[in-house]
Ligand binder design. Structure first.
Ligand code: LLP
Length: 427
């Protein structure tokens, strides 16, 4: 198999859609549907491309668990030397279980509980990105109780204009709930500099997701570098990290993705003179294109002048089409033939339960296996059990081998926390 096939992860081999060296129909026959299939080669390829582009700068890539926190995927990334970015106690737990040590972990998130902050400090994470002065003060108190000094970054809202594909995934514009409003950062930094149990080691931003234009990033970096200069002028010389978040866009249709080398060159000229280590927190860029969702067509119907393909996956497996109007390419796993226009819909009792509307695709019929493209990021992690549907399996392919890395849920898994005979307590 050629390198082209490997780095693109998915390709047709003798007409059948395959992931690296494994035909997808074989996985569906073995594991059932719906199933998410990830290409390890593609994850490696994406990570390495970004790492190489950033090579001229002192940098660290902290893969963002929220995009895909599967243990198999995390293992691939850990082997490449990646760090991680986590936003909850649950993600911290997963990261450590996957072998990441505190020094590899950035802890962020807009509403961390005291319990989570304590867990982060106990794990000796390399950086806690705080989103308010109040959070910095809470962190100082907890660090004092634990007898440690917390390495803190300030997540700044740089208040730039962001070009994301959907308003729900913009975060760095004025008035967002995220980060410290730009005009309050200096005060938060001054407070951090005087507190005994925190050390201000980072400035951070994350402006949004699925971004294609580089200038909002660069405007944001300029604003952070301006802040750094102000802090240094005020005698604060502890900052070592400049964390520019995630957000790099990927192609779902035929979008032109950002030129990594141009991006890196623009970053070098801004960040190198500061002497800081650049941190990036990519999620979608690393895993987005590396996953496919396998689903079986259950029924085909014709209603109100439209064709419907009812599949065994829907909004419970991939919420992106209904939640963000997102486009995901869909094609049959077997050699395509014919042509139809259809709504591809799931089995859930909601009209918003669809994978595609009014979509032109090859002819498909009950029993056919379909592949929904580019579900590696924000696919399984956003799945739900609505309608008491067990979550599907996750499979990792590496060369000509594949392994189930998350088993399909069973009915028992869905009810095991419920109590049939509740123990009543007196109010
Ligand atoms: N860092 C922070 C602080 C974040 O909030 C996020 C994503 C990332 C990094 C990674 O962003 P990425 O490189 O993946 O764009 N569910 C949505 C996307 C939500 C993104 C949330 N934050 C979707 O399916 O499009």
């Amino acid at each position: 198999m050629g390198q082209g096939v490997l780095s693109s992860g998915f390709a047709r081999v003798d007409g059948t859609l395959s992931c690296e060296g494994v035909p997808l129909d074989r996985i569906a026959a073995d594991v059932g549907t719906p199933t998410y299939v990830y290409s390890a080669a593609m994850v490696r390829d994406r990570y390495t491309r970004l790492d190489e582009a950033l090579a001229p700068l002192e940098h660290r890539i902290h893969y963002t668990l929220k995009a895909n926190s599967n243990a198999g995927v995390l293992r691939v990334l850990r082997e490449l030397g990646a760090g991680v970015d986590v936003v909850s106690g649950g993600e911290l737990f997963r990261a450590r279980k996957a072998g990441f040590e505190g020094k590899d972990i950035v802890f962020g998130g807009v509403g961390k509980t005291e319990h989570e902050l304590r867990e982060a400090l106990e794990a000796r994470v390399m950086l806690v990105n705080a989103e308010s002065e109040a959070e910095v003060r809470t962190l100082d108190r907890i660090a004092g109780e634990l007898g440690v000094v917390a390495p803190v970054g300030l997540r700044v809202n740089p208040e730039v204009t962001v070009d994301s594909s959907h308003r729900y995934i913009k975060t760095g514009e004025k008035g967002a709930k995220f980060g410290i409003p730009f005009d309050q950062v200096a005060a938060a930094a001054a407070a951090a500099a005087t507190l005994p149990h925190v050390e201000l080691v980072g400035l951070d931003m994350h402006i949004g997701s699925q971004l294609f234009r580089l200038d909002p990033y660069l405007d944001g970096v300029d604003r952070l570098v301006g802040l750094l200069e102000q802090l240094r002028a005020a005698g604060v010389n502890t900052v070592r990290y400049l964390d520019i978040g995630g957000g790099l866009g990927v192609s779902y249709d035929d979008e032109e993705t950002p030129d990594l080398h141009r991006f890196a060159r623009a970053l070098v000229s801004r960040v190198q003179p500061t002497g800081l280590t650049l941190l990036m927190e990519p999620g979608r860029f690393v895993v987005g294109n590396s996953g496919m969702l396998l689903t079986r067509v259950l029924y085909r119907k014709f209603s109100g002048g439209r064709h419907f393909l009812v599949t065994d996956a829907g909004m419970t497996e991939l919420i992106r089409p209904s939640h963000y109007d997102a486009y995901h390419r869909i094609e049959p796993v077997a050699a395509p033939s014919g042509h139809m226009t259809a709504d591809v819909v799931g089995p859930v009792c909601e009209s918003g339960d669809f994978l595609a509307l009014d979509r032109e695709l090859p002819e498909a019929n009950p029993g056919d296996l379909l592949a929904v493209h580019d579900v590696g990021a924000y696919g399984y992690v956003m799945a739900s059990n609505y309608n008491t549907r067990p979550r599907g399996a996750e499979v990792l392919v590496d060369g000509d081998r594949y392994a189930v890395v998350t088993a399909r849920e069973r009915y028992e898994d869905l009810v095991h926390l419920e109590l049939d005979h509740p123990e009543w307590r007196k109010g």
